[in-house]
Design a protein around this ligand. Structure first.
Ligand SMILES: Cc1cc2nc3c(=O)[nH]c(=O)nc-3n(C[C@H](O)[C@H](O)[C@H](O)COP(=O)(O)OP(=O)(O)OC[C@H]3O[C@@H](n4cnc5c(N)ncnc54)[C@H](O)[C@@H]3O)c2cc1C
Length: 453
């Protein structure tokens, strides 16, 4: 039995190295500034989920795809968020890659090995860890280059347009996706919208906008200043704390939980496997909600622990555990302050809020009826991930959480969702329907999956 020893230097991969694309797969841009008016399938969102969906359709022979993204760059928002936080490695291991389930393309681990000469000794050791089936960390540089490779290989760049969808109108035979200056009609639409950042509760500011000196995790922290206050318990908060310490600031970290939670991933590893998903499959709505509450909790990668413990011991970091925020205020002369429910006031040159994310359900585009959102989750068919009230519209990503479990929001979950969605779209375009699987009681399915895992 080996003991996991966290090493903070694993978090420090270099960023911004040049990564050549394999010969013949250079990125191509769309030939027209506006998307075409028709397609076989339209994908909204070009994050890791949209990239996986477009690539899976390509393998199934569906090439007339239009991908629409606000940012316009495959995986752009994901990488922008990561770079704003100065995150250098992914949380998910090499096995979680935005490739296509069932097709042995060059996978993330193969890709990293092909670029061995570019990697540091630490990064090479992580590859060996992955090869021996252990947890490993993936440099953001490698992941970005791999996403470019996947996008180029499956012609996703050439099918991606910078465009913001405002409306998705489902009809009996087609779906129309429209926004400023464009309308695309296709037999199927796949919503890969990801998650939006969670805003501060209105009562923290008495309904007013955030005061000066307060920002969110996906906004840059202004340079300079001697002190930083961070609110939140997840990996984004940890990056903000660690960046503040690295810049020589004194940092206050406010947590609602009684203690910080150190874990490899936010999601228990079993939920990336069949037996974990089977715990969601066919079980009652209330049970799924309970599982989601219990299993999707903010946590921080182990590697931060020695760093934070040392900083707390020598007084550079003060952790306020089990504390509720009551109010955010600006401070005259600069900076901001957080008033806690117990009356403590914590001021700093900047207050950074890392309160997590909320699932984009599709309701803003589809409307309340077709999205049929319940308790924050859209109503999706469990077999196809199609909206039950709009069967030509399907979802990949966090929105599929109540079908696939907490891993639906992660890169690995996208591969599982994509396999179902792409097969449904390809079969529908060919005029086939997917065979109905035999209904097996959920408890039996769970036991069978555990036996075969
Ligand atoms: C800092 C950070 C680090 C993370 N690290 C990991 C990790 O290591 N491993 C992991 O598995 N997961 C990680 N996650 C979770 C992560 O969010 C997902 O894995 C991944 O980004 C989800 O991909 P997605 O395509 O569903 O969403 P996104 O990456 O958010 O992509 C959705 C895209 O859709 C676009 N979009 C949304 N609405 C519209 C619209 N109306 N019109 C046009 N475009 C639209 C958005 O602009 C965005 O580009 C991390 C999350 C964060 C915030």
């Amino acid at each position: 039995m080996s003991t996991f020893v966290p090493e903070p230097h694993l978090l420090e991969s270099p960023r911004g190295r040049a990564w050549p694309q394999p010969p013949g797969t250079g990125p191509a841009r769309p030939s027209s500034p506006a998307p075409p008016t028709t397609a076989a399938a339209v994908i909204v969102g070009a994050g890791p989920a949209g990239l996986a969906a477009a690539s899976a359709l390509w393998h199934l022979g569906v090439r007339d795809v239009v991908v629409l993204d606000r940012n316009g760059r495959p995986c752009g928002r994901f990488l922008d968020r990561i770079d704003t936080l100065k995150q250098r490695v992914l949380r998910s291991p090499y096995q979680h890659h935005p490739g296509v389930e069932g097709y042995r393309d060059c996978e993330l681990l193969d890709f990293a090995r092909l670029h061995w000469a570019r990697l540091t000794e630490t990064e090479r050791r992580e590859i060996r860890m992955a090869q021996s089936g252990h947890r490993s960390v993936v440099p953001v540089d490698v992941f970005e280059a791999y996403c470019r490779h996947v996008a180029a290989l499956h012609h996703v760049d050439a099918r991606t347009w910078r465009a913001t969808a405002r409306r998705v109108t489902p009809g009996p035979d087609h779906v129309t996706v429209s926004g400023p200056g464009f309308t695309v009609t296709a037999p199927y639409a796949i919503l890969c919208l990801g998650e939006e950042r969670r805003d501060a509760p209105a009562h923290w500011t008495d309904g007013a906008p955030l005061p000066d000196g307060v920002g969110y995790w996906d906004e840059p922290v202004p340079d300079g200043g001697e002190s930083l206050v961070v609110v939140g318990a997840g990996l984004s908060a940890a990056h903000l704390v660690s960046n503040g310490l690295a810049a020589g600031r004194s940092v206050h970290w406010i947590l609602r939980a009684a203690a910080e939670r150190y874990q490899c991933a936010d999601v228990n590893a079993s939920f990336f496997r069949a037996e974990g998903r089977a715990r969601f499959d066919g079980t009652s709505w209330a049970d799924r909600q309970q599982l989601m509450r219990a299993q999707r909790r903010a946590s921080v990668m182990f590697e931060f622990r020695p760093l934070f413990q040392q900083a707390e011991a020598d007084g550079r970091l003060t952790v306020h555990r089990g504390r509720e925020v009551r109010e955010l205020t600006a401070v005259a002369g600069g900076g901001a302050a957080v008033l806690l429910a117990d009356g403590t006031r914590i001021a700093g040159d900047h207050v950074a809020l890392a309160l997590g994310t909320t699932v984009s359900t599709g309701e803003a585009l589809l409307g309340a009826g077709p999205a049929a959102v319940r308790d924050g989750w859209p109503d999706l068919d469990e077999r196809t991930l199609a909206y039950r009230n709009a069967p030509r519209v399907l979802a990949v990503g966090a929105a599929a959480g109540m079908v696939l479990g907490p891993a639906a929001r992660n890169i690995d979950g996208h591969r599982v969702a994509t396999a179902r969605v792409a097969a449904t779209v390809a079969a529908g375009l060919e005029g086939r329907t997917l065979p109905q699987p035999a209904r097996v009681p959920a408890a039996e399915r769970y036991e069978a999956a555990v036996v075969h895992a």
